[in-house]
Write a protein that binds this ligand. Structure first.
Ligand code: GDP
Ligand code: IMO
Ligand code: MG
Length: 432
């Protein structure tokens, strides 16, 4: 059995898409299990760039089955345009499967997300305004509309009429915002249903029977551990379970099925949206990293906040996800920085802590304690072996391993599929 979960170990955008793409050649199935089109996963292969929001990043391999599991929330319009864009680039979506239990993002979810953010003003979450919070709220309130409902016009119409009455009242009376017409939505969404019908399956059976047949499955996380609804920097989080545990509910498999969890982390750290970020760099170095690393959101284009690598955060991620190893991305972005900082612990009210719960009030008063190391100048973007990295780059990685107590199994040195260093001895599944 070789089933792997890949999750973001920071606040998202760690490079999950590119690592999923890289490992996908070695598996039979790739499954997304949470989030929606708030995610933006970039894959670069042979100079072509693919920005995936809903479709698993294994899609570039024609033999890999790509499943959008039940825990994902779907904006059908985004999904259809993503399918069309892939087909335009001659990427087949023949093997795409969508769970009939996925909840559907409706226009009122998007409107409510925007209206709520506007009302919050300076305390806003900084959401992607894709309707993620409102759709997961409806799922929990049992008033959501699922893909299987879209495929049943009578049921869909009835559910839509019932829920829209309430949503329109809220939009109008609470937010003084525009309301929606049920017939128009019905027509538009039954059209979407027809377009995606051929992809819809009972994904829980599909995934479990692949597991029973000893197929290798890769579960691709979206967002990151610190954006988890339960374990992140609440309320500045997304609305799903982004941690490895999310796989069990979001794909419908039992805990014994997983034998490896890889945490993806940048060689530094970024965050987009509001919320506490202890190692944020607010000077010129932060701007330099942003420009060099092209740190602008894949989904919203917003500038990402940049900071130093934070071992307190990674130790926490290692704990809640039971990480077996780390995949360290964007090491090339640090080339040319004279002195690199790494946060080993926090000072809070005069005491030093190596482990801290990511409660905003605690993190806000945390002073990161840094170790400063010498950087390197060499271009590392073509290096394929760890030993060939500059001495100081190896020292930096060794220090990360020592401070987080997690081995680094993969190191990416550029955005292209092949710009990666593999340290096979730290992977449980011997892929290479
Ligand atoms: P995800 O959401 O975790 O999949 O990450 P994103 O795709 O949103 O953001 C990561 C960005 O970094 C993308 O633009 C990738 O093409 C890029 N990237 C990934 N790995 C590397 C790397 O090793 N070096 C450089 N320079 N860019 C990388
Ligand atoms: P990927 O999968 C980075 C952030 C938003 C905001 C918070 C809540 O590409 O790593 P939401 O729209 O989910 O209600 O916004 O979460 N956020 C992400 N940040 N990468 C993502 O996805 C994100 N998805 C949501 O910026 O702070
Ligand atoms: Mg992203």
């Amino acid at each position: 059995m070789s089933n792997i979960v890949l999750i973001g170990a920071q606040w998202g955008d760690e490079g999950k898409g590119r690592i999923t793409d890289f490992l996908s050649s070695k598996v039979n199935m790739v499954v997304r299990f949470q989030g929606g089109d708030n995610a933006g996963h970039t894959v670069i292969f042979k100079g072509l760039e693919f920005k995936l929001h809903l479709i698993p990043s294994g899609i570039l391999y024609p033999d890999v089955i790509c499943v959008i599991g039940n825990g994902v929330v779907i904006n059908p319009q985004t999904l259809i345009s993503e399918i069309e864009n892939l087909e335009k680039k001659a990427v087949s979506t023949e093997n795409l499967k969508i769970s009939s239990n996925c909840h559907v993002i409706m226009p009122y979810h998007i409107a409510l997300d925007g209206a709520s953010e506007n009302k919050l003003g300076s305390s806003k979450i900084g959401t992607t305004k894709k309707g993620i919070g409102p759709v997961y709220a409806d799922k929990a309130s049992r008033t959501g509309i699922r893909i299987c409902d879209l495929l049943n016009p009578d049921l869909f119409k009835q559910k839509l009429d019932d829920i829209l009455e309430i949503k329109n009242a809220i939009l109008n009376k609470v937010y003084d915002a525009e309301t929606f017409n049920a017939d128009k939505i019905f027509e538009e969404y039954t059209g979407y249903a027809q377009a995606i019908k051929k992809y819809v399956v009972e994904s829980t059976f599909l995934i479990n029977s692949a597991l029973d047949d000893n197929k290798n499955i890769l579960f691709e996380g979206a967002q990151g551990t610190l954006l988890d609804i339960d374990h992140g920097t609440y309320p500045f989080v997304t609305s799903s379970s982004t941690i490895a545990g999310g796989v069990f509910t979001g794909a419908g498999i039992g805990p014994g099925r997983i034998n490896e969890v890889i945490g993806i982390t940048k060689s530094y750290c970024t965050r987009v949206g509001s919320g506490v970020f202890p190692t944020e760099i607010k000077d010129e170095t932060g701007n330099m990293i942003r420009e060099k690393g092209n740190e602008y959101g894949t989904t919203t284009g917003r500038a990402r906040r940049c900071g130093w690598f934070d071992c307190v955060i990674i130790r926490y991620s290692a704990m809640v996800n039971n990480l077996s190893s780390l995949a360290l991305t964007k090491l090339d972005v640090l080339s040319g920085i004279e002195k690199i900082k790494i946060c080993s612990s926090y000072k809070i009210d005069g005491s030093i802590y190596e482990n801290v719960t990511p409660n905003c009030l605690i993190l806000e008063k945390s002073q990161p304690q840094y170790i400063e190391v010498n950087g390197w100048d060499e271009d590392i973007t073509n290096i394929k072996e760890f030993e060939k990295l500059p001495y100081n780059a190896k020292k930096y990685i060794n220090l990360i391993e020592e401070l987080t107590r997690i081995p680094v199994s993969l190191i990416s040195v550029g955005p292209d599929r092949n710009q990666i260093i593999i340290r096979d001895k730290y992977l449980k599944k011997k892929f290479f």
